[in-house]
Design a protein around this ligand. Structure first.
Ligand SMILES: [Zn+2]
Length: 353
């Protein structure tokens, strides 16, 4: 992998990640952009103890542009985009309309391929591996920023999820705090360690799931299952079999196998509802141990955390979406219409032959 860092016209950082080591990336950004002024404020809810990022500058952001005005396509035929070069493999840049900025963290965009009409599932294993390497490098770099405590790499796919750009891309949020979901996991880890005299909750959950009926696929280094209490109609958790706290700690063999396993999972997701349906909308979310002092919790350290990816769709049946309605949005209690055992069975049925 070759990494080339540059600056866009408004001062934002952009990084090319290339498969070929002899590539030269020296195109300049010729757009007349003003320096970005971003204001983002983290407000804490006194009753729930969680945080809300208030980012009013996002109102003017690009919303469903026509394909020939896509800001994530490379710059070609005199049409200037966010990416100054005329081609790329994987590119990462600071979001022009970030939800988190300055002392409140950082938001980046990850373009998975220069092919506007592709999706992650269309990538080759080499390309998918390059994205994994880019996620890993960004986790390393962002975790070193003084304000940052947690790095979250994710992809929202599909207009139903609220994606405003069709080009295959994901995002990285670097938060200045440990997120509520991660804090809950750390709390459960600590309670389990205490209750069992030292056992690791992630290890126990993985062992139990692998012995059960909700396994979706298993490789030498990775295993994927629908969890016992899945929140979403189709939800898969993908774990490296050897527990590591974050992407940086993944071994070489696991990194190589990841591309294969993850592409297969995404391709199965697109087949869940049969042919003739639009591509399955999904969210893919990496869970990594936080950095900094808040990773230490009640006898638990960041090494107790297990890196994993949670992949889920909000589609229930063809043409029907699961909305977060009263119980979910009002009380945080999920109602799931698809039994997790049935979801796992379906995800095995649609395996690539
Ligand atoms: Zn595009």
């Amino acid at each position: 992998m070759k990494k080339t860092s540059t600056r866009l016209a408004d001062g934002r950082e952009l990084i090319y990640y290339d498969l070929r080591d002899d590539i030269v990336r020296d195109a300049a950004d010729h757009r007349p952009l003003d320096r970005t002024v971003t204001t983002s404020e983290i407000r804490r809810d006194p009753l729930l103890g969680d945080s809300v990022a208030v980012a009013s500058h996002r109102q003017g952001r690009t919303y469903h542009p026509p394909a020939d005005e896509c800001p994530l396509c490379p710059t070609r035929d005199g049409r200037l985009s966010e990416i100054p070069d005329s081609s790329y493999d994987v590119v990462v840049f600071e979001n022009r309309f970030p939800s988190l900025a300055g002392d409140s963290g950082r938001c980046e965009v990850v373009c998975f391929t220069s092919d506007h009409d592709a999706s992650f599932a269309d990538l080759t294993e080499d390309q998918a591996r390059l994205v994994l390497d880019a996620w890993t490098d960004r986790t390393s770099e962002l975790s070193q920023l003084p304000a940052v405590e947690q790095v979250f790499c994710f992809e929202n796919r599909g207009a139903e999820i609220g994606v405003t750009l069709g080009h295959p891309h994901g995002q990285i949020y670097a938060y200045p705090f440990t997120t509520p979901r991660t804090a809950l996991m750390l709390r459960s880890l600590a309670a389990h360690k205490e209750a069992t005299g030292g056992d690791n909750l992630f290890d126990d959950v993985l062992a139990r799931e692998l012995a059960g009926e909700r396994v979706v696929l298993e490789g030498e280094h990775w295993a994927a299952f629908v969890p016992h209490a899945a929140h979403w109609p189709y939800e898969v958790h993908l774990y490296p079999k050897r527990r590591v706290p974050d992407l940086l700690a993944l071994g070489e063999a696991a990194r190589t196998e990841f591309a294969q396993v993850y592409l297969e999972l995404l391709r199965r997701f697109d087949r869940i509802f049969g042919t003739g349906e639009p591509p399955t909308p999904y969210i893919a979310a990496w869970h990594q141990a936080p950095f900094g002092a808040s990773a230490e919790f009640d006898g638990v350290t960041r090494d107790d955390f297990a890196l994993h990816l949670e992949l889920f769709t909000i589609r229930r049946t063809p043409g029907k979406l699961k909305f977060l309605a009263g119980s979910e949005s009002g009380m945080n209690v999920f109602i799931n219409d698809v039994p997790p055992e049935r979801a796992a069975e379906r995800l095995r049925e649609v395996a690539s032959s």
